[in-house]
Design a protein around this ligand. Structure first.
Ligand SMILES: Nc1ncnc2c1ncn2[C@@H]1O[C@H](COP(=O)(O)OP(=O)(O)OP(=O)(O)O)[C@@H](O)[C@H]1O
Length: 270
């Protein structure tokens, strides 16, 4: 049986930065395969290289050694098949929600009528239809991030790279947005790599949680979450969730005494 090639493949990726006369290893021999339409979260202590990993996949940094592949081709810069969402909403303040969502479509030459209907569709998908003509400054943080998600979706990327997208939001808004993101994703599945500091968020969203360790940044543990489980409040309050959360928590906060990183592959989840 031949297995499907990974949507995203990191192959022995090492990234070093110059630090005065020395070099600092931000990522050390990271290998990770992510299957098409898989939702993977990455969690780990500050400085373990989460953002560096994401920047390499976004094409904003290049590995010092090893390879980053998307659909089997080496990443050589940003590309329309990869939508990036950061913690800071990065909306244009002078454009309305609709204009922000349409913006990426305009730059890729999509005709006006189609732009409008695609924007409407994704604005509706994130539940912002009543605010389509509002400016970002009149929206809450959560609404702005929903707008950023609609904008990323509208250009039709097959991959969403999300770096702490809910990190600046209060706990309640965060929980709501996690549920909304999963609802959007289940209606229109993309491959997602989602970086977070929050163990609960990592478990709630993921098909697979990657735990990283710092100094040097590396894959430390991999925890599977059954994709068949419905992600709702019942799951959040369930013993299964508590067990997964404990497992991930332990891996993030009690990393001493472990030496080898487990090997990582999407094959077990496809
Ligand atoms: N351009 C750079 N030049 C020098 N060092 C860098 C650069 N970018 C990142 N680093 C270092 O690499 C390490 C990993 O940084 P990175 O931002 O990827 O970690 P992180 O896990 O995302 O951290 P946090 O959770 O705090 O955002 C850090 O020690 C950081 O100081």
């Amino acid at each position: 049986m031949t297995s499907k090639p990974a949507k995203i493949s990191l192959q022995s990726v090492t990234k070093t930065f110059a630090l005065g006369r020395d070099t600092f290893t931000a990522l050390d021999d990271v290998s990770l395969d992510i299957a098409d339409r898989e939702f993977v979260t990455v969690v780990g202590p500050s400085g373990c290289g989460k953002s560096t990993l994401m920047n390499i996949l976004a094409g904003l940094e290049t590995p010092t050694a090893g390879r980053a592949l998307v659909d089997g081709a080496p990443v050589s810069g940003p590309g329309p098949e990869r939508g990036v969402i950061f913690q800071q909403y990065a909306l244009f303040p002078w454009l309305t929600v609709r204009q922000n969502v349409e913006f990426g479509l305009r730059t890729t030459g999509v005709p006006k009528g189609e732009r409008r209907s695609r924007a409407e569709h994704f604005i509706q998908l994130v539940g912002l239809e009543r605010f389509a003509d509002a400016l970002p400054k009149t929206l809450s943080g959560g609404m702005r991030q929903r707008c950023a998600i609609a904008r990323a979706y509208a250009v039709n990327p097959s991959i969403l790279l999300m770096d702490e997208p809910f990190g600046a939001l209060d706990a309640l808004t965060r929980v709501k947005l996690q549920e909304q993101l999963l609802e959007t994703w289940s209606q229109d599945k993309r491959t997602v790599l989602f970086i977070t500091h929050d163990v609960d968020e990592a478990v709630f969203l993921a098909n697979r949680v990657i735990v990283m360790a710092a100094r040097p940044g590396r894959v430390y543990d991999v925890i599977e979450v059954d994709p068949a489980i419905e992600r709702n409040e019942e799951f959040r309050l369930s013993p299964e969730f508590a067990a997964l959360r404990n497992r991930v928590w332990h891996s993030v906060y009690h990393q001493e005494g472990r030496t080898a990183a487990p090997s990582v592959s999407s094959s077990s989840t496809t």
